[in-house]
Design a binder for this molecule. Structure first.
Ligand SMILES: [Zn+2]
Length: 505
C-alpha cells in the first residue's frame, strides 16, 4: 500500500510516524505538506555500502534491531535505540563506536499537536571511523581464486594477528540491505542451501586431514616422544579399524619425519599418534587453540571439535581406542577445525611458538588528534615452547612439502613458501575437502594462510594454487606500497601515515 492510500484509508493516528525507505521522499513530502496535515516527513540514517563486493562477511550490515539487541542496548543504559543497528560483522561488533550520538529537536506544539517553533536543537555526533586490517586486493584475489566453489581463505599477518583476508564463498551482495529488504529477499539468502551467510573461514567446521600432522608432531614433541630420525616402514596405506587410508603420494617406502611430512605418509603419523595418549593429545590441542574460539572481533565464530576420552564415550558409546588416536594423528574421524584455527596454527609455527589474537580492526581514527590512526595493539593468544632445533626441523619439512612434496603447485618464483596440504575425507561427498595451510616468505614470514575448498579433491592440486595467488598478491603489494589497500569505514579521512610506514624490506 502506498503512503497516500494508507493515509486516505485512515491507517494513521495523529501520533503515528510513517517511514519510507525509498527515493519516494519527494512524493511523500508533497503528500505531507499539501494534502495531509497529519503526515510529517522525517529522515532516517542509512548505510551506503558502495563498492564493498568481497567484504560482506567482514562488514556485516545494519538493519532493524532484534528484540535481544534492543534489550542488550537498554541494559547498557542507551536511552534511544536507533532504527537501524549493526546486525552482523564489524557493524555488529563495533556498532557502539560506529553509530555516534543522535541529535534532537524540541518543538512547541499547537493545539492540534503540530510543531509551531523550535525550542532547542542539538546536532547529531558522527560515530568513530575505523580502519580495518583487510587488504582489499588480497581479499579480491582470494575471492576470485575460489570462484564459484564453496570454500574459504583466511590470511593473517603472523607478526600481529591482523586479518589480511577472510573470504567465504558463496557470498551475497551487501547492497541489498541499502533501503531495507523484504522477507522474501532475506529468505532467498538465509534459506539458500549453499549458505551464503555462513562465514566459512571462522564458522565452517571441517576435518583438517593431513594439515593436522603438524599438530600430531607438536603433541609428540610436547609429550617427549618426538624422534624425527626414527623411520617407519609404510606399505602405502594406514589401517584404521577395519579400513585402509591410502598414502596417495608415495608407493611402499620407509620414511623418517622429514620425508613423511613431505610425502604426507599416513603410516608414519599413525605410528606417531599411537605413542601419544588421549590426555597428551588434548593438552597440546588446548594449547594450540583447537576446540576453543579465538575471540576474533567478528560475530559467529565456531570452536570446532577436538575428541578426548569423554567426547568419544558420549559420541560413540565406547571407550577411546587406537583407531581414534590414528584418526586424530591424520586429522580425520571426529576432529573438526575452522580455517581460522589452521591459519593461527601455521602463524604460530611461522613465529616459532607464539600466535596473536586475530582481529580485523587495525585502528580507530582519532578526530581530535588530527585524524591520526590509533593502532590496536597485538595481543598474545597461544604460546608453545620448543627448542630451536624442533622449529628448524618442523619448518624445513614444511619448506620441503612445497619444494619437493605435495604442494609444488604453490611455488612462487623468488618467494619461499612453507606449508602442508590436506585432502580430508568427509560425510558430504566422496570427494575430499582440499586444504593448504602455510606461511611466506619462509625465512621472515609476513603472511600465514589457510585455504579450504569443500569437496573439491586434493589439497595440492586445488587449494595450493589458490594460496599461491593470494600470497604472491599480498607480498607483491607490500613491496609496492604498504597498506594502500587497507579498508576504511566510517568517515573517509586519510589516516596519518607516520604510524604506518612500510618496514624496510
Ligand atoms: Zn605412507
Amino acid at each position: 500500500m502506498d503512503l497516500e492510500s494508507a493515509v486516505e484509508q485512515g491507517e494513521f493516528s495523529d501520533n503515528d510516524f510513517c517511514g519510507s525507505h525509498s527515493s519516494a521522499g519527494d512524493k511523500n513530502s508533497r503528500v505531507g505538506r499539501r494534502c495531509f496535515s497529519r503526515v510529517g516527513v522525517q529522515t532516517l540514517p542509512m548505510r551506503s555500502y558502495g563498492d564493498t563486493s568481497f567484504l560482506e562477511h567482514i562488514l556485516g550490515f545494519v538493519w532493524v534491531p532484534t528484540a535481544s539487541i534492543e534489550e542488550e542496548y537498554k541494559e547498557e543504559g542507551m536511552e534511544f535505540i536507533p532504527p537501524y543497528v549493526g546486525r552482523d560483522g564489524i557493524e555488529r561488533i563495533y556498532d557502539r563506536q560506529l553509530m555516534g550520538k543522535p541529535g534532537s529537536t524540541t518543538y512547541t506544539l499547537d493545539r492540534k499537536r503540530r510543531p509551531l517553533r523550535v525550542v532547542m536543537s542539538e546536532s547529531p555526533t558522527p560515530g568513530e571511523s575505523l580502519v580495518l586490517s583487510i587488504d582489499m586486493e588480497t581479499q579480491r584475489v582470494a575471492r576470485e581464486a575460489l570462484g564459484d566453489r564453496k570454500g574459504a581463505v583466511v590470511a593473517l599477518d603472523p607478526n600481529t594477528g591482523e586479518v589480511l583476508a577472510m573470504v567465504s564463498t558463496p557470498g551475497y551482495d551487501l547492497r541489498i540491505y541499502e533501503g531495507g529488504l523484504t522477507q522474501t529477499e532475506f529468505d532467498s539468502i538465509n534459506l539458500n542451501k549453499n549458505a551464503p551467510l555462513l562465514k566459512r573461514g571462522m564458522a565452517g567446521e571441517y576435518p583438517p586431514g593431513s594439515t593436522f600432522k603438524i599438530v600430531t608432531a607438536m603433541a609428540a614433541y610436547q609429550a617427549g616422544k618426538f624422534n624425527p630420525s626414527a623411520a617407519v616402514s609404510c606399505p602405502g596405506y594406514l589401517t584404521v579399524g577395519n579400513r585402509r587410508v591410502k598414502c596417495e603420494n608415495h608407493p611402499a617406502a620407509t620414511y623418517g619425519f622429514h620425508m613423511a611430512m613431505t610425502k604426507s605418509c599416513n603410516s608414519f603419523f599413525g605410528k606417531m599418534s599411537q605413542r601419544i595418549t588421549a590426555e597428551e593429545f588434548k593438552a597440546t590441542a588446548d594449547q594450540l587453540g583447537f576446540g576453543v574460539r579465538s575471540g576474533i572481533d567478528l560475530p559467529g565464530e565456531r570452536k570446532g571439535v577436538f575428541p578426548d576420552r569423554d567426547f568419544i564415550k558420549k559420541a560413540h558409546k565406547r571407550p577411546y581406542s587406537a583407531g581414534d588416536a590414528n584418526n586424530i594423528g591424520i586429522g580425520q574421524g571426529d576432529v573438526l577445525v575452522t580455517p581460522l584455527q589452521m591459519a593461527l596454527l601455521v602463524s604460530m609455527v611461522a613465529n616459532e611458538g607464539v600466535c596473536y589474537k586475530p582481529r580485523v580492526l587495525r585502528g580507530v581514527i582519532e578526530q581530535s588528534e588530527g585524524a591520526k590512526v590509533q593502532l590496536t595493539k597485538p595481543e598474545e593468544l597461544h604460546r608453545f615452547d620448543a627448542t630451536e632445533e624442533f622449529w628448524r626441523t618442523m619448518k624445513s619439512s614444511l619448506i620441503n612439502v612445497v619444494n619437493a612434496g605435495t604442494a609444488r603447485s604453490s611455488q612462487i618464483s623468488g618467494i619461499q613458501v612453507a606449508g602442508k596440504t590436506g585432502s580430508a575425507e568427509n560425510s558430504q561427498s566422496r570427494r575430499t575437502h582440499a586444504w593448504f595451510v602455510g606461511y611466506a616468505p619462509a625465512e621472515k614470514p609476513k603472511i600465514a594462510f589457510a585455504v579450504l575448498v569443500e569437496t573439491a579433491g586434493h589439497g595440492g592440486s586445488v587449494a595450493a594454487p589458490i594460496a599461491k595467488q593470494v600470497v604472491s598478491t599480498y607480498l607483491r603489494d607490500r613491496n609496492q606500497k604498504v597498506n594502500s589497500n587497507a579498508v576504511k569505514i566510517g568517515l573517509s579521512l586519510e589516516p596519518d601515515s607516520s604510524d604506518d610506514m612500510p618496514e624496510s624490506e
